[in-house]
Write a protein that binds this ligand. Structure first.
Ligand SMILES: C[S@@+](CC[C@H](N)C(=O)[O-])C[C@H]1O[C@@H](n2cnc3c(N)ncnc32)[C@H](O)[C@@H]1O
Length: 198
């Protein structure tokens, strides 16, 4: 399984205008990431999952998880945005850490980024994507690696300290600062080339 976690500090956590994703805390970038994590030409990546942690107004935190193996009826970024909006509407009453299924392959939880990475650290090798990290081409990746990255704002220092405490390995994909969605495409390409079945 190939698994990704995006932290989106400003993305809305209450209903938004699906025709104006940019002004919904850059949900356009979140949808780009989901597309790159799960879509390939003519199919979905059945061995991939992405969790997007939304922390903008008015009801943070919300973690929405997409599982390529179970996903149905999702064709493009617009249909992803519609499902995110539906998930936010249906999850308004969730209590902390409670989870709700929205669609085959889509669930939402009132879970924080910190709680999610702590949970994942129990069974996965955490990889924090960082421009100054160790070159991915010189790195052995464990089969249970999970790739964590920030949005256009980046990762807060406090969170980086938590990731250090959880022994997340910092891995660089390029000497250039990339968009989050580009990072996902590069990770997939590295794993595809290594033919790792994660
Ligand atoms: C658009 S970048 C963040 C830019 C932000 N202004 C900053 O300075 O951190 C989004 C995320 O992609 C990841 N990223 C960007 N470039 C990378 C690179 N060359 N190697 C590894 N990860 C990278 C990082 O996790 C980063 O938080």
């Amino acid at each position: 399984m190939k698994e990704f976690i995006l932290r989106s500090l400003k993305a809305k956590t209450s209903p938004f205008d699906i025709n104006d994703l940019k002004n919904a805390g850059r949900l356009d970038l979140v949808c780009n990431c989901i597309t790159n994590a799960l879509f390939i030409a003519g199919d979905l990546r059945r061995d991939a999952k992405i969790h997007v942690v939304l922390e903008g107004p008015n009801n943070p935190p919300k973690t929405i998880s997409f599982d390529g193996n179970k996903l149905k009826g999702i064709e493009d970024e617009k249909s992803i945005a519609i499902k995110i909006n539906e998930a936010l509407i249906k999850s308004s009453g969730l209590t902390l850490n409670e989870e709700l299924d929205i669609n085959p392959g889509i669930s939402i939880a009132k879970k924080s980024f910190e709680q999610l990475v702590k949970d994942k650290s129990k069974s996965n090798q955490l990889i924090y994507l960082h421009k100054e990290g160790k070159d991915i081409r010189k790195t052995h990746l464990e089969e249970n690696s999970i790739f964590i990255f920030g949005d256009y704002i980046g990762m807060p220092r406090k969170t980086e300290k938590l990731l250090d405490r959880l022994k997340a390995q910092r891995i660089s994909l390029s000497p250039i600062m990339l968009f989050s969605s580009q990072c996902i495409a590069i990770v997939h390409n590295e794993l595809d080339r290594r033919s790792i079945k994660l």
